[in-house]
Design a binder for this molecule. Sequence first.
Ligand SMILES: C[S@@+](CC[C@H](N)C(=O)[O-])C[C@H]1O[C@@H](n2cnc3c(N)ncnc32)[C@H](O)[C@@H]1O
Length: 279
Amino acid sequence: MRPEQHDREYVLGHSGQEQERLRLQASIVGGWTEGFFKAAGIDRGMSVLDLGCGLGDVSLLASEMVGPSGSVTGIDKDPAVIEKARERCHAQGHSAPIDLIHGDLMDYYSEHRHFDAVVGRYILLYQPDPVAAIQHVLKSVRSGGIVCFHEMDFANPIRGFPSDTLFAKSFVLVGETFARAGLRGDFGLHLTTTFMQAGLPWPQLKAEVPIGGEAGSYLYIWLIETLRSLLPRMESLGVTTAAELDLDTLAERIEAESTTFHAELFGPLQVGAWSRKVA
Ligand SMILES: C[S@@+](CC[C@H](N)C(=O)[O-])C[C@H]1O[C@@H](n2cnc3c(N)ncnc32)[C@H](O)[C@@H]1O
């Protein structure tokens, strides 16, 4: 395995803590994903393929949107998260049937199945060749079917007030770690070119911006848990150390500073892009 491939796969790790972080993140960004899917035309009765489904949050969301007459298939290459996703879907119940498959999206193809829509959240940035990934999954989408992806840009932090906060200094480390690991933390800015290169029509786009700074803002815990997942890679890539970060007190310190200065802090830009497969 090439070092760059290793980093691509393991930058956030596979720990139980990372699974918790994914669930926290899903609860923060889920409304934005739903907005992108609605605007893209995801509707009752549709069959949806969810790429890189992780713990199943996007599959569960799509299941509610398509209802009992629709269906959802989720695919993920991490066997541990697929197992957890199956347990969650079973325990919590869902509207449309959800089929969760363990495997790499590049190996997935069903001759007899053509989905009404293919979706994915925070998945394209991890692909060695995102254009080839879209072209491959398009084979499993019907003509006129929807293609909708939700990505973000954490490589270009949005300037807040004050501009040089502890939040801002800590947030930069996320982009730095992904960059050193050979991953594009700004993938949300590359959706149009990726769609066009994959042969899709120019996509429609929508962006959302997380903002906060008040006591108890979700921005603090989201950032701290992301840094916690990244810590082993940050240390091995020489970005920072556990001692420098002091994660156990970081949220408290960020919050104290933000509330003192009545700060406005921005999280990563969220970008939705959607288009339809041409005949
Ligand atoms: C950041 S997580 C996002 C999970 C989920 N989409 C969400 O937003 O909650 C990315 C997921 O994509 C999966 N993944 C990455 N590349 C993949 C591939 N080529 N085929 C299948 N799954 C992939 C990883 O295993 C991981 O679970």
